[in-house]
Design a protein around this ligand. Structure first.
Ligand code: WTA
Length: 664
């Protein structure tokens, strides 16, 4: 058996090796024949009259009052879209489908870690959303009040978001993998008035207490007047009278009907914190009309979704923007049936994703390159156990995909039948910006493709001139409806971060990219101090600040290092207090500190003890040199260093350790 697997693996490797020669892949004819878009006509239409293009897309939403304005750019970079229209996001996700007689359609096939199943119809979501909205209202939460959401991947997370949207309370979802301390910060920054959370979360057969951990900080966040607790495992948890409610009891007791709030297009829909260049995360603010316009159409056309026949599965967590746009708002606005899975891709076994694809007949599957690389490592025998013939389109997001992983995905999961859309976008952009429309364009392994209709992306040099052929800075030269409107309560930081580099009309992305002769974009990676671990954005400054909060640490510098599994991994250079010696225990303690402050995903993979760190004369840490040291490259220019000796010594230490085999 093992020998057979070994042979099959060898054969696959050889086939992938041959495929690496092939530069581009045309979509299969039968895919094109059935696709919603089979040619370049939308790109042309949008290029002819961008304003008419966006207006047309906006008119596909349900409005209380249709907008007559499209873009208001009188105060750049504070743009407004469809500003005189009024609408409600939950109406677009729910009421319109109920009204069309589709209440019985499954919105989510939910699958729990231990194999439990729940079918949540649009009518179920509609009922619970209205009731939860009424609970929030009774507790004094109204339009403009921020509601925190800290929940695992259970259907209640979608209900919670939609209930907020129904009353115009911006939600602030925090990824379940972040630690309670990180939740506390995000609640404080946003002055949340209520928090929706759970008793316990499950992960790979274990449970983690959530409510008791949340209780530890609630005293320090006085703005939170209400805590709603979803009973997930049913464990007994402390409840504070007058503040805490159980979700199930509260919605049962609530009024059944809740009129949707009629909101202006520019009413905030949500805040989502993401890492920036400083230790303080940025509160990305999205508003209603423009965001929904961008998300609705990209969901439908990039994933070529037909609500009557497709089953869509975006494997992201709702706590990231991908989950906001492509698990909740996008699929629900389009009346699509999706899969929502609570657990990890390797629990109970490494074939669970493929088992679920078979079980629910998933037709369109969207995941991250890191996950594909993990599956590749586990071996093709896991997907081979399952019938994946319903799949017809695959997608990736979050980080550049290496051609080998792309080809493996295409061959082993898509069985050479499914186009792959590599979708480039950001928390800030709200929705997909660069990709291929799967029935209309060929794909190239490793390239995201071209800007979507209406999007003006370019590769610029430091001065804002277009770079032809070579590498440069990715920029977006025109505002688009789904873009962030500001950083919550930090307008100056918004301007500084995104519009200082190229001026108020051109959005600075923070990624390096190049464009080839077919005008396809190749995303290279971040140019700022953001590290992308498994498609999760982390800031070097945030991790450093967690590390130096350890009493024995004097100073730390964190860099992102190339990693074959996770794209990048975190390497921390640490200087200890006084004459302390670095030990394995101390490494464990530092990693634990980071897990407590931010979350397990931010733990450094590698810790390098440094007597001193390379700094410029003005005291700035030279990360470039640290990267060279960590990756064993020739050291670059050291002349601007205050003390060039430091970097030589550090380089020696790392090289010596490597030769002693101490590295992982
Ligand atoms: C990176 C995730 C290459 C990029 C939706 C971006 C990508 C950051 C791709 C945003 C892709 C995202 N190819 N790189 N297809 N998609 N990125 O805000 O560096 O979590 O700036 O949004 O991920 O990460 P965020």
């Amino acid at each position: 058996m093992e020998a057979a697997t070994g042979k099959a693996q060898e054969r696959l490797e050889a086939e992938l090796g041959e495929l690496l020669e092939r530069e581009s892949f045309e979509p299969p004819e039968d895919f094109v024949a059935a696709a919603l878009v089979g040619d370049q006509s939308l790109h042309e239409e949008a290029a002819r009259d961008p304003s008419a293009w966006w207006a047309k897309l906006a008119s596909e939403l349900d409005w209380f009052s249709e907008p007559t304005e499209v873009l208001d750019d009188s105060n750049p970079p504070f743009f407004k879209w469809f500003a005189d229209g009024t609408l409600n996001a939950s109406v677009n996700c729910l009421d319109r489908h109920i009204a069309a007689g589709n209440g019985d359609r499954v919105a989510f096939h939910w699958h729990g870690e231990e194999g439990e199943e729940r079918e949540i119809t649009y009518a179920d979501l509609f009922r619970d959303t209205q009731r939860l909205a009424n609970v929030l209202k009774e507790r004094g939460v109204g339009a403009g009040d921020v509601v925190g959401i800290y929940l695992p991947m259970i259907p209640e997370v979608a209900v919670a978001m939609l209930a907020c949207a129904r009353i115009g309370a911006p939600h602030n979802v925090v990824f379940g993998g972040f630690s309670p301390e990180a939740v506390k910060d995000r609640m404080e920054f946003s002055e949340a008035k209520a928090l929706i959370t759970t008793d316990e979360a499950r992960r790979k057969g274990k449970t983690a207490q959530i409510k008791p951990a949340v209780d530890d900080f609630l005293g320090e966040v006085p703005s939170i007047e209400t805590v709603i607790v979803v009973r997930n495992t049913g464990a007994e948890v402390p409840m504070t009278d007058g503040r805490d409610l159980f979700y199930d009891l509260a919605i049962e007791a609530a009024e059944a009907e809740c009129e949707p709030a009629e909101l202006e297009a520019e009413h905030p829909l949500y805040i989502l914190y993401t890492s920036g260049s400083t230790a303080k995360p940025k509160g990305i603010l999205h508003t209603t009309g423009g965001y929904l316009t961008g998300v609705a159409w990209t969901t439908r056309l990039v994933f070529d979704l037909k609500p009557d026949s497709d089953v869509f599965w975006c494997s992201a967590d709702v706590g990231w923007v991908t989950g906001h746009s492509y698990i909740v708002y996008g699929p629900l606005m389009n009346g699509v049936t999706s899969v929502m899975y609570e657990g990890a891709p390797d629990y109970p076994d490494k074939d669970v994703w493929w088992e679920l694809c078979e079980r629910y007949g998933v037709t369109v599957f969207y995941t991250a390159p890191t996950a594909i690389r993990a599956c590749m490592k586990w071996g093709a025998e896991y997907p081979a156990r399952h019938d994946l013939s319903a799949l017809r389109l695959l997608g990736t997001v979050g980080e550049p995909i290496n051609p080998k992983a792309w080809l493996w995905y295409w061959k082993v999961i898509g069985r050479e039948r499914c186009p792959i859309v590599d979708t480039w976008w950001q928390t800030e952009t709200g929705h997909i910006m660069i990709t291929t429309l799967p029935g209309a364009q060929a794909t190239k392994p490793g390239s995201a493709g071209t800007p979507l209709p209406g999007i003006d992306a370019a590769v610029l040099d430091q001065h804002g001139n277009e770079v032809e052929g070579g590498q440069g800075l990715l920029a977006l030269r025109k505002p688009w409806p789904g873009m962030l409107r500001t950083l919550y309560k930090e307008d100056d930081r918004y301007v500084e971060t995104y519009f200082k580099k190229f001026g108020p009309g051109t959005y600075f992305v923070g990624d390096a990219a190049r464009r080839d002769s077919d005008r396809y974009f190749w995303i290279i990676g971040r140019v700022d101090d953001v590290i992308n671990v498994s498609g999760h954005r982390l800031s070097t400054a945030e991790v450093e600040s967690a590390i130096v909060s350890h009493a024995k640490v004097a100073e730390s510098a964190v860099i992102g290092q190339a990693d074959e599994d996770t794209g990048q991994s975190i390497c921390a250079f640490v200087t200890l207090e006084g004459d302390l010696e670095g030990t394995d225990e101390l490494v464990a303690e530092i990693r634990e500190r980071v897990a407590l402050r931010i979350g397990k995903l931010a733990r450094p993979k590698r810790v390098v003890w440094a007597d001193d760190l390379p700094k410029t004369r003005s005291g700035k840490i030279m990360r470039r040199l640290l990267r060279d040291i960590a990756e064993g490259r020739e050291l670059g220019d050291v002349t601007t260093l205050r003390d060039p000796q430091v970097v030589e010594e550090l380089d020696e230490v790392v090289k010596r350790r490597a030769s002693e085999g101490e590295e992982e």
